[in-house]
Design a protein around this ligand. Structure first.
Ligand code: FAD
Ligand code: DLZ
Ligand code: SF4
Length: 502
């Protein structure tokens, strides 16, 4: 009996479980652009264009490989606007009554697909750790730490291993990876891809259908097919990976991408294979072209962090999105959308986000995330922002990074301490402070860097909890040692700043 094979927008992998289980000769593949998926958050317009253009290119790739592909466009007048409606229409069109689909990357959609009577769901095995295995590993452990999980993944894959021990005698070379960017550093920008006819058609559609939505659509430079994604990765491997490690935490006004890979949009769509990327990075190290700290740092991000956050997402269940251990309820300030703020670091990161649909990890974690943590922004509102504004944002990866790593809203399940930092950190790792209306060295008064004021406000607000955390107790003691006058001035200045957020 022939079946309908539903392929979702972030399942653009020829070896996808549902495609492996299907029969090319008789089954029909369905791909559908639908308003519901385009609208669960106000996705950046570059992200919308990337997803639709990549879906259309993948449909062409499947057809060329002999599949019968039924594809609904967003602007098709008969489009019912949701996946269920499009599946029902396709079943009727082809006289079919069974659907196979690979598990999606979100609880929202998983719970919906599980309610479809005609659907068989298959595990998504494009990851190194399977989600049920992660849950078994995590359940009952006293403290979850990425580093322990990462070592398991190194042993499982054999990446950078010398027998049973890590290559170079260490599992992790992070201490080599925190260099301040020197003056005159010229990083290699990622390659830019000129839109082809398929992508240009999508760009016109997004322009028309989402005119006022967040995010610059042009210039659109993402790759939209597998060959382009592979070329982008090859460029990173040869030009940026050697310096990836040491400048991983750096931020520079004029260099938005530094030595980062800028591959997460492709990886999360399924255009690149995580293990193949890691093997290629390992081979560069073996050939002597890349230092071990860079290869290890890159591999750790992929087989460590990426897999770990996915495991946490599925293990913690749908309720994880609403966790709010620090009881933070301030609404997201409007400047997260406009970029209009006197804080040069926030302005730079948000403007870059609006223009590129990309910011690297430290910009997300230590600028926009750190500010929200210190200011007590509602983590759910912040989560919706991160899910909307980045081209690589899918809930399975975005949510634990936001709720767990960046906002400590899970009470320390994912991160051992809150990623809270004053302006000094941003000044050390970037050139943002030079052009700022605030003074990063000022700790009090009207020109004091807001990160400095809010840092102590944060420590004071959460002193009870933080004093029990061995990595934060010293800061609580420092705060307690300030004179009552100084504490009062800091509280007053921070409150005055917070009042300006609306
Ligand atoms: P590189 O720095 O070059 O790293 C290489 C690869 O490692 C990335 O492509 C990515 O696949 C992986 N990686 C690195 N760090 C992480 C991490 N913490 N979690 C998962 N994978 C990681 N990443 C997403 O892919 N989608 C998201 O929606 C997302 N939201 C985030 C939200 C917040 C608040 C924070 C702090 C981080 C978030 N990240 C997210 C993680 C990270 O910022 C991005 O993966 C990275 O910036 C992507 O850029 P790159 O490809 O240049 O990465
Ligand atoms: C992100 C996205 C968008 C914008 N549009 C579609 C779409 O029209 N059709 C589709 O099948 N998938 C889309 N996606 C990806 C899904 O939202 C994604 O599969 C789920 O969020 C699960 O990760
Ligand atoms: Fe950001 Fe403070 Fe530096 Fe201004 S002074 S750029 S607000 S860290």
């Amino acid at each position: 009996m022939a079946r309908l094979v539903l392929v979702l927008g972030d399942q653009l992998t020829p070896e996808l479980a549902a495609l492996r289980a299907a029969d090319r000769a008789s089954d029909v593949v369905l791909m559908a652009e639908v308003a519901e998926e385009a609208g669960y958050v106000p996705h950046h317009r570059k992200k919308l264009a990337l997803v639709f253009a990549a879906m259309r290119h993948f449909a062409a790739e499947l057809r060329a490989a002999g599949w019968q592909v039924d594809y609904t466009r967003l602007d098709d007048p008969a489009n019912r606007g949701h996946l269920r409606g499009e599946v029902e229409r396709a079943l009727a069109r082809h006289g079919l009554d069974a659907v196979i689909v690979t598990e999606p990357g979100e609880w929202r959609l998983l719970e919906e697909l599980q309610r479809w009577p005609a659907a068989t769901l298959l595990a998504d095995d494009r990851f190194i750790a399977d989600r049920h295995g992660f849950a078994r590993w995590a359940t009952g452990r006293k403290g979850l730490r990425m580093e322990h999980f990462y070592r398991l993944m190194r042993r499982k894959t054999g990446l950078l291993m010398a027998g049973d021990q890590p290559a170079g005698g260490q599992w992790n070379f992070d201490h080599d990876n925190r260099q301040r960017p020197p003056e005159g550093l010229i990083p290699p920008d990622p390659p830019r891809f000129a839109p082809d006819a398929i992508t240009r058609e999508v760009l016109d559609m997004v322009e028309q259908r989402f005119p006022g939505q967040f995010g610059s659509l042009h210039p659109f430079w993402f790759a939209t097919d597998r060959a382009g994604a592979e070329a982008a990765f090859a460029h990173f491997l040869h030009h940026a990976l050697p310096d990836f490690g040491r400048y991983q935490d750096a931020m520079l006004q004029g260099h938005r991408f530094l030595f980062h890979a800028v591959i997460s949009p492709y990886l999360n769509l399924g255009l690149l294979d995580p293990l193949a990327l890691c093997r290629a990075a390992e081979a560069e190290w073996q050939a002597g072209r890349v230092p071990l700290n860079s290869a290890e740092g890159f591999i750790r991000q992929i087989i460590g962090w990426r897999e770990y956050v996915r495991g946490i997402y599925w293990w913690r269940g749908p309720g994880y999105a609403r966790e709010n251990a620090l009881d933070a309820h301030r609404p997201l300030p409007a400047f997260y959308w406009s970029g209009e703020t006197d804080m040069a670091c926030m302005r730079a990161c948000i403007t870059q986000t609006r223009e590129e649909a990309y910011a690297h990890h430290i910009q997300r974690l230590m600028v926009t995330g750190n500010f929200a943590l210190l200011a007590g922004i509602d983590p759910y509102e912040l989560h919706e922002w991160y899910l909307a504004v980045y081209a690589d944002a899918y809930e399975w990866v975005e949510l634990p990074n936001t709720v767990g790593m960046s906002q400590f809203a899970d009470g320390g399940l994912l991160a051992s301490k809150p990623y809270a930092a004053s302006g000094a950190y941003i000044d050390r790792m970037s050139d943002y402070c030079r052009g700022c209306a605030y003074d990063v060295k000022a700790k009090e008064g009207p020109r004091a860097c807001p990160f400095n004021l809010l840092y102590w406000h944060f420590i004071a607000r959460h002193a009870e909890r933080l004093r029990r955390n061995p990595r934060m107790a010293r800061m609580v003691q420092l705060w307690a040692g300030f004179t009552p006058d100084r504490q009062a001035r800091l509280r007053h200045d921070a409150a005055a700043f917070l009042a300006t957020l609306g």
